[in-house]
Write a protein that binds this ligand. Structure first.
Ligand SMILES: NC(=O)c1ccc[n+]([C@@H]2O[C@H](COP(=O)([O-])OP(=O)(O)OC[C@H]3O[C@@H](n4cnc5c(N)ncnc54)[C@H](OP(=O)(O)O)[C@@H]3O)[C@@H](O)[C@H]2O)c1
Length: 327
């Protein structure tokens, strides 16, 4: 198969298109022929070697968590899918497998979900890491409920665009931060209180909107961008940070400070519990129109360097995907 491989970590110049062996699915695994690969900030960090604490780098190495395409082969014992089914998945990349910037990738069957007819491959590829991390941060690590006042710091990115909508659908009252150019975008997603971090004081705005403090806060940007985060959450509330690998502050000190204020402090990294069921629930919300798909910037696989450059700015709206093949 053709794959966008790297043979060393570094800048975008390390990418090379190469011919490598197509993988074979083992027991419980599915081989997926990829139409689109989703791109996440973790990908450029991975390309630079920042995920070494989680996995060894074995070259040639294929980056990319998210994939959407068709089932091409089934491993022993897999009966949930048939050849040709339209599916999407975060693949087995987070578990040490090769990634999705390739014509084929492997995923354990419990990490694979069907794509509803209403969603394109590009849309489905945009979902897994961003939507699962948002969902788990809100409802697994936190317990966001109807009527609560919650805030998503970083509402206009891949993760934030889903988080604000998931919380709204649950009935929560949602505030979110973004830059000036994204204020109208977040209002259109149903955010009640949009705070422009470039022109407004976040603490002042949150305090006026939720005088007793937030029930729940998600920081999807980085600790240095919200130094007063703990002060915004009420006693008994939850403060979730999504680890970024580049701006996570002193987690232990933050947890200790939260304990003194009776705040549930969580650093929430995506896990693989109930992945298939969660992806199905999220896809159904999109298919039914209860939430809308964020805008998607699409690049051909050969322009992976441009896709990474866009994400490395830290200011893309919605999601970025790579087109791998016409399926
Ligand atoms: N640990 C995990 O399991 C995990 C999983 C998923 C994501 N993450 C991490 O979570 C972070 C967000 O992911 P993502 O996919 O949403 O990234 P993204 O698509 O690149 O979005 C980043 C967003 O952050 C916003 N932003 C930048 N500076 C800001 C500031 N000072 N205040 C408020 N918003 C700001 C930008 O909005 P404006 O353009 O409006 O500024 C942009 O929309 C990344 O660091 C990613 O690596 C971690």
């Amino acid at each position: 198969m053709q794959a966008m491989i790297i043979n060393k970590t570094g800048g975008s110049e390390v990418f090379e298109l190469a011919e490598i062996a197509t993988p074979t699915p083992g027991p419980g695994e599915v081989l997926i022929e990829i139409a689109y690969a989703g791109v996440n900030p973790a990908d450029w960090k991975n390309r630079q070697g920042m995920l070494a604490q989680y996995r060894p780098y074995v070259f040639p190495y294929i980056i990319g968590f998210d994939a959407a395409g068709e089932v091409a082969a089934l491993g022993e014992g897999v009966s949930e899918f048939s050849i040709g089914d339209r599916v999407f998945t975060p693949t087995n990349h987070g578990q040490g497998g090769q990634g999705s910037y390739a014509e084929y990738a492997i995923a354990s069957v419990d990490r694979v979900a069907s794509i509803p007819d209403q969603l394109s491959f590009a849309q489905a590829a945009a979902l897994p890491v961003a939507a699962l991390t948002a969902w788990q941060g809100l409802f697994t690590r936190g317990q966001v409920e109807s009527g609560q006042q919650i805030m998503i710091h970083g509402g206009s990115g891949g993760l934030g665009s889903f988080a604000v909508q998931f919380a709204r659908v649950k009935g929560a009252r949602v505030a979110a931060t973004c830059s000036t150019a994204n204020v109208d975008y977040l209002k259109a997603l149903g955010v009640e209180k949009v705070i422009d971090y470039r022109t407004q004081n976040i603490t002042k705005e949150v305090t006026a909107w939720a005088p007793e403090g937030l029930d729940y806060l998600m920081n999807a940007v980085g600790e240095s961008t919200l130094p007063d985060g703990m002060d915004l959450v009420k006693s008994g509330g939850t403060y979730v940070s999504i680890p970024t690998l580049v701006d996570d502050g002193d987690m232990a000190a933050s947890a200790a400070a939260a304990a003194k204020k009776n705040i549930n402090r969580v650093f929430s990294t995506m896990d693989d519990q109930n992945t298939s069921a969660m992806l199905t629930e999220i896809a159904n919300l999109l298919a039914s129109g209860e939430i809308t798909m964020p805008p998607i910037q699409e690049y051909p696989l050969s322009a992976v360097a441009d896709a990474h450059a866009a994400l490395e700015t830290g200011h893309t709206r919605g999601k970025v995907v790579l087109k791998v093949a016409d399926l």
